[in-house]
Design a protein around this ligand. Structure first.
Ligand code: HPA
Length: 271
């Protein structure tokens, strides 16, 4: 708790203003910061107790700026469990955001499609998740000032936000999919049998992030929107091996649509 307070105080001292919304930028969205105005940048390494992301293609900065009228904090560079950080470290930034009083969060990620009606390049609204990481950041002492010991997860991804994304996407002429995001720790991609298992369990996409942050954000009562950029068909669907390069290439290709949609949705739900 002391560590969270210390990090929050540092961020507050740099920003010195309200924050309407925080967005975690997954692969392909990291340029969103470019559309914000009046930006303040804070390197993770300067924030007391903050973990530092190590993945290629992930920077390590908080960027605060205005998107329209919405005072937005952008997390450029996510922390993953597979990097060797434990669940508490992975979700430390989200705890700090909650402590700062931020009420709305957008979680974005790259994901593999398990649902065969999806295509690489699609954008999918996360309707719910399945935690197959077999890890949980809420294990351990519960801080009642954050949230309850046994938090409800009936509506992790806010229905009103999801409906608004559909309206905004329509108005932009963008097609969006909807589906259940299934978390596995990675860092390896799944086996074809694991992908089949996820499909049988009701998952539409697979990925290595988002769920730890969503659990912590929801624990603190934050309202969440989750968006996946479908970068590839999950293992075993097509007759070819998976490659991180392909994930980066497709997220680069979808970047413009994803940024257009995200910018519009921030303006819609941020106030
Ligand atoms: N599996 C897990 N995580 C991913 C994938 C995948 O196929 N694609 C992008 N992130």
């Amino acid at each position: 708790m002391e560590k969270i307070k210390e990090a929050a105080e540092f961020i507050k001292s740099k920003i010195n203003d309200d924050i309407d919304l925080v967005i975690v930028l997954g692969s392909g969205l990291s340029d969103l910061a470019d559309i914000a105005s009046d930006c303040i940048e804070i390197d993770y390494k300067d924030i007391p107790n903050f973990p530092v992301s190590t993945v290629v293609g992930h920077a390590g900065k908080l960027i605060y700026g205005k998107i329209g009228d919405v005072k937005t904090l952008m997390m450029k560079g996510r922390i993953h469990h597979y990097e060797g950080y434990d669940m508490k470290e992975v979700t430390f930034p989200m705890r700090v955001f909650g402590y700062l009083g931020i009420k709305k969060v957008i979680l974005t990620n790259a994901a593999g499609a398990v649902n065969e009606s999806f295509n690489p390049g699609d954008i999918a609204i996360i309707t719910d998740h399945i935690n197959l990481g077999m890890r949980n950041p809420l294990i351990g002492k519960n801080y009642d000032e954050f949230g309850p010991r046994f938090p409800d997860m009936s509506n992790v991804y806010k229905k009103e936000f999801r409906d608004k994304v559909k309206l905004v996407a329509d108005s932009l002429g963008l097609k969006v999919q909807e589906g259940v995001y299934t978390y596995l720790t990675g860092p390896n991609y799944e086996t074809p049998s694991e992908v089949k298992m996820v499909r049988i369990l009701g998952g539409d996409m697979v990925g290595m992030s988002t769920v730890p942050e969503a659990l912590v954000a929801r624990h603190m009562g934050m309202d969440i929107l989750g968006l996946s950029c479908i970068t590839n068909m999950a293992a075993g669907i097509l007759d070819k091996p998976l490659d991180h390069k392909e994930v980066l290439e497709v997220s680069e290709r979808v970047k413009n649509d994803m940024m257009k949609l995200t910018e519009a949705i921030i303006k819609e739900i941020g106030k």
